[in-house]
Each structure stands twice: as structure tokens, then as C-alpha cells.
Design a protein around this ligand. Structure first.
Ligand SMILES: [Zn+2]
Length: 61
């Protein structure tokens, strides 16, 4: 069993889904995607409110 994070669960019109075995792996992949595709900065992604939002939409699969 792994974890997944769907970009659309963060309110984006985007089919990207990050998958991984750990919360760190999934959030790292999602963060990389958010920077490359949606133009987020590290400062935005490292904001505690944003971190909470991101972790809240990680699901087990
Ligand atoms: Zn996306």
C-alpha cells in the first residue's frame, strides 16, 4: 500500500497524481510538480499553512 496526492484535490484543473511510499516522498514529488507546472516558489510551498493543506489531501491507496 502506498500514498497518493492528486493535484486536483488542491483545487487545480490538473490530472497530475504524485505517488510514493512515505509522506515525505509524496510531498516532495508534489512540491517538484507544483514548482515546475504551477510556478510555486519554495517559500510558498514551505509555508506552514500550505504544508497543512498539502498533507490534508494525501490519501492511502
Ligand atoms: Zn498540477
Amino acid at each position: 500500500m502506498g500514498l497518493k496526492l492528486a493535484c486536483k484535490d488542491l483545487g487545480k484543473q490538473c490530472p497530475f497524481v504524485a505517488r510514493g511510499e512515505t509522506m515525505e516522498e509524496v510531498t516532495a514529488k508534489a512540491g517538484k510538480h507544483a514548482k515546475e507546472v504551477h510556478g510555486y516558489t519554495d517559500a510558498q510551498l514551505n509555508d506552514p499553512e500550505m504544508q497543512t493543506k498539502i498533507k490534508a489531501v494525501v490519501r492511502e491507496e
